[in-house]
Design a protein around this ligand. Sequence first.
Ligand SMILES: O=C(O)C(=O)C[C@]1(C(=O)O)C=C[C@@H](O)C=C1
Length: 270
Amino acid sequence: MTDEIGTLGPAGTYSHRAALSLGDDLRFYDGVPEIADAVERGDVNSGVVPVENSIEGSVNATLDVLVEYDLYIVGEVVVDVEHALLAHDDGFNVVASHPQALAQCRGYLRDSYPDAELRSVSSTAAGVEEAREDPAVAAIAHPSLADDTVRVIDDSVQDADGNSTRFVVLAREPADGGDKTSIVVYPGGDRPGLLYDILGVFKERGVNLTRIESRPSKRELGDYVFHIDFEGNRTSGADSHDEGGTDEILDALDEHVDWVEFLGSYDRVG
Ligand SMILES: O=C(O)C(=O)C[C@]1(C(=O)O)C=C[C@@H](O)C=C1
């Protein structure tokens, strides 16, 4: 069985940096669905994908993969994101990067390069590859990608300090447990008090939610799934759960919604 870890390439992406906290036997892919496919097929043992950024919020491709694939979250990694503007020199008129990175630097780009064309590419490191080949292109990426061809034109170009991205580790089987649990619930329609009922399940048990995020269900406008992260785990139950742990929470939620999907209980790694 392979021990390889799939992540977003080419070398030098923030996903690469996140994956290195798990191991160095890595295989690179062009996007989040491609990584999920590789984990599902067994081409790699696990996959490291971005899920949330402190400036720009959710990585929707990952939220969708969590619903659409039969995979589990077995760990999470948080990486500091410090972007630089890299180019041959200042004679560029295009800035290429991953759309999340462009969005994290939106204010900087508008103020400093209002006329530059913003080009979305598959990753920050893919943007640097374009910049190396074409002096008309600059990239937003980690400064360590500077070399003899592209240099750092400006550093720390993200719009807020403390920029960081949370990544999750995907695998075919769930982990044994961990401090945190992720689930997805699909209410299957709208009614007064629906969200109140869902949140009440956690409040009644004194369980702390760390995140709740809605995504379109893709069935019709205004129909959503909710991604929920909370403290506690499935196997041991959390100390704060008087009523017997996560399984009991899932059962209680089931009474209010169409379906609940367990995505995994896991710890932070690295
Ligand atoms: O393009 C990269 O370097 C990535 O690893 C992707 C990604 C993302 O999708 O959020 C990861 C971290 C940063 O937030 C910017 C981009």
